[in-house]
Every structure is written in structure tokens, then in C-alpha cells.
Write a protein that binds this ligand. Structure first.
Ligand SMILES: Nc1ncnc2c1ncn2[C@@H]1O[C@H](COP(=O)(O)OP(=O)(O)O)[C@@H](O)[C@H]1O
Ligand SMILES: [Mg+2]
Length: 347
């Protein structure tokens, strides 16, 4: 693919904080962005244009696609029909296969298994009637997850014993519980020319299903660090992927297990803003624009902390801390569980 000339417009599906930070990175490289978002769009504050319309609005989708040079996304759950229409007008990067694989936890696990990677043991639980057999197969504890649309631990039910009967209300997968010692993630990038680069893996701590902190270095042995990067590279190569992907891994005594992949920039990659010359947002824009990938080598130890809900009240104090970047997303009310911003502390 040829390099997008400066002044080109990159269309971004989804207008949250990820789209916002992608837009800033794009503008630094001389590009403009056009956000497509059905709801409120914090990304719109820093974009060249915003379309506010549902993903079912064919006329809006068509004129959005015609106004941009390439389409990317910060949100992987865009309906298939909308993607079909958009793709008939402009290229979508990362590609449709990456979206199809990551939109559905069952397809995702099948794909990972097919390319020889390890996942938690799992069963398809298409309807509530499939649950008893799945629980009998995998035993307890186990986690039932809706196949589609889950995030931040939403759409998940934990089963403490096999006699428990609860239902998510939608087609799901049951996963055997992985007794992990840590959760790490790799933010990997693949350029249009097939070049692959990975950021240093980060250690992730979740609370109530939501990411709280990511720390680098993550404390893995050199062997496991290498494994983590090789796993991520295998996934993006198998998908002929172009862009940045987040790969979540469980660390177990038997090695690394893939939890899930996100075909976009990832919350656990925000530390790169303070730790690398080229962060995950610029790396993604470079990839989708056909530019060479940048230097993502880590030059500092960093802790990223999400500011969730009331954490926003700590901003005045955080602004006074040394070696600290404060990033705010320009969202309205600080509801519980809502990601309002994050801080990167150089350690
Ligand atoms: N099979 C599992 N075994 C143990 N813990 C799990 C398992 N699946 C998920 N979890 C825990 O729940 C968190 C959220 O699950 P995840 O599948 O990553 O969903 P989400 O899309 O909400 O991020 C994980 O980061 C991990 O802490
Ligand atoms: Mg996750």
C-alpha cells in the first residue's frame, strides 16, 4: 500500500477516549480525522469532523466513508452490515477477519486454538440448555461470558460449583477458571508491509473487572517475555493484520495462556505515551496510513493508573506530582466505573 499523503483524512469508528488519543496522534503526523459515533463523542473535541448517527443509518455511513481516505476503529463491535457498506467504499484497517475473530469470544477461541495457541478450556453455550453439560465438562470454578459485546467484566457470571444455575441471557462461552499468577498484555503492531513490532509487555491489575493499573517492566522472565511477544506476533501474522492489537495473557506455572485479543489500541498500552518515543496511538496511525512503524522501545519504567469514576477528584493533587502525565478524556459526569482519564507515572 502507498503512504497516505499529509492532509488525508482517517475515518475512526467510535468516538471514545481511544478515538480521541488516536486523533491527536494523527494530527501530529499531519492527518485529519473524522469520527463516526452514535452517542457522545469525546474524540469529537479534537477531530476535524464528527458524524453523530447510528450504525444503521446507511446514508450517514455512505457519506462518512466518501469523506475519508481509510477507515479504522476504536470499537470492535460495529455491526456487520455497516462494515459491509463502509468497506465497499473505503479500505478498513485492521481487516474484517480481525474484527470477525474478536467480535465473538467463541470464534476468537477457535481461531487461537487453530493457530496452536493455548486458551482457557471452553465450551460453546449457545442456549441456557447447554449449560449443565458445559459445567459437567469443565467443572467449577468457571466463568460464563456472553460471546459478543462484553467489556470491563460486563456480561460475565462466575460459577462457584457445577450445580449453580445462572444465565447471561445471550449466546455465551463457558471458560474453565485459570489459576493465573499474573495478567500481562502485549501491545503489538503490524505495518502494511508486514513489519511487526511489539511494546514491552505490561503487568495488569484489575478490580471489579476493570483495569486499574499497568506497570512496565512486568516482572516476567526473559523466556516468558519472549514467549509473550512471539504469541502476539503469531496472531497478527495469521490475520494479515495492519494496525495495533492488544493481546491479554494469563501467566500460569505451565506458561502463557491467551485470554483475549482487542483489534485496536488498548487501555493497557497507555503507558507507552510516557515510556516510548512512539506510543501505541502513533504506531496505529502509522500502520493504517502505510507509514513505517516507529521506534517503540521502552526508555523508562512506567505505571499507568486509570482514573475511574470519583478518582477524577484526585486530579488537582495529581497535577502537582513530579514525573506524572495527566490525561483527561473530556467526558461529562463521573459515573461509577466510567473511565474519566489516566495518569502515567515515570518511575
Ligand atoms: N478463564 C478465566 N480464568 C480466570 N480469570 C478470568 C478468566 N476469564 C476472565 N478472567 C478475569 O476477568 C477479567 C475480565 O475478563 P475478559 O475476558 O478479559 O473480559 P473483558 O472483555 O471484560 O476484559 C480478566 O482480566 C481476568 O481477570
Ligand atoms: Mg479483558
Amino acid at each position: 500500500m502507498t503512504e497516505l499523503p499529509a492532509g488525508s483524512v482517517i475515518g475512526i469508528l467510535g468516538g471514545g477516549q481511544l478515538g480521541r488519543m488516536l486523533s491527536v496522534a494523527a494530527s501530529r503526523l499531519g492527518y485529519r480525522t473524522h469520527i463516526y459515533e452514535p452517542g457522545a463523542a469525546p474524540a469529537g473535541d479534537v477531530a476535524h469532523a464528527v458524524t453523530t448517527a447510528p450504525y444503521e443509518d446507511e446514508a450517514a455511513l455512505r457519506s462518512f466513508a466518501q469523506s475519508v481516505d481509510v477507515i479504522t476503529y476504536e470499537f470492535e463491535n460495529v455491526p456487520t452490515a455497516a462494515l459491509d457498506l463502509l468497506e465497499s467504499i473505503r479500505p478498513i484497517r485492521p481487516n474484517r477477519r480481525a474484527l470477525a475473530v474478536s467480535q465473538d469470544r467463541l470464534t476468537e477461541k477457535d481461531f487461537l486454538s487453530e493457530i496452536g495457541l493455548r486458551t482457557a478450556p471452553y465450551r460453546n453455550v449457545e442456549t441456557e440448555a447447554d449449560l449443565p453439560q458445559a459445567l459437567a465438562d469443565l467443572g467449577a470454578p468457571a466463568i460464563l461470558k456472553t460471546r459478543r459485546m462484553g467489556y470491563d467484566g460486563k456480561g460475565q457470571i462466575r460459577f462457584a460449583d457445577t450445580a449453580q444455575r445462572d444465565w447471561t441471557g445471550a449466546p455465551s462461552v463457558l471458560e474453565g477458571f485459570v489459576a493465573f499468577s499474573a495478567e500481562v498484555s502485549v501491545i503489538v503492531a503490524r505495518g502494511a508491509d508486514g513489519q511487526v513490532a511489539a511494546f514491552d509487555p505490561g503487568l495488569n491489575v484489575h478490580r471489579e473487572g476493570i483495569l486499574r493499573t499497568t506497570t512496565v517492566p512486568c516482572g516476567l522472565s526473559n523466556t516468558l517475555l519472549m514467549d509473550a511477544v512471539l504469541i502476539a506476533a503469531k496472531i497478527v501474522n495469521a490475520l494479515d493484520y495492519v494496525g495495533v492489537m492488544g493481546v491479554e495473557l494469563f501467566v500460569t506455572p505451565g506458561g502463557l495462556i491467551v485470554n483475549e485479543v482487542a483489534p485496536r489500541v488498548h487501555n493497557s498500552g497507555h503507558w507507552t505515551q510516557a515510556g516510548c518515543a512512539v506510543d501505541q496511538f502513533e504506531q496505529h496511525i502509522r500502520a493504517v496510513a502505510g507509514l513505517p512503524l516507529g521506534d517503540g522501545q521502552r526508555y523508562a519504567d512506567v505505571e499507568m493508573e486509570n482514573l475511574i469514576g470519583d478518582d477524577i477528584d484526585r486530579v488537582p493533587a495529581l497535577l502537582k506530582q513530579p514525573r506524572t502525565q495527566v490525561h483527561l478524556y473530556g467526558k461529562g459526569a463521573a459515573r461509577p466505573g466510567r473511565k474519566m482519564g489516566h495518569v502515567n507515572r515515570v518511575l
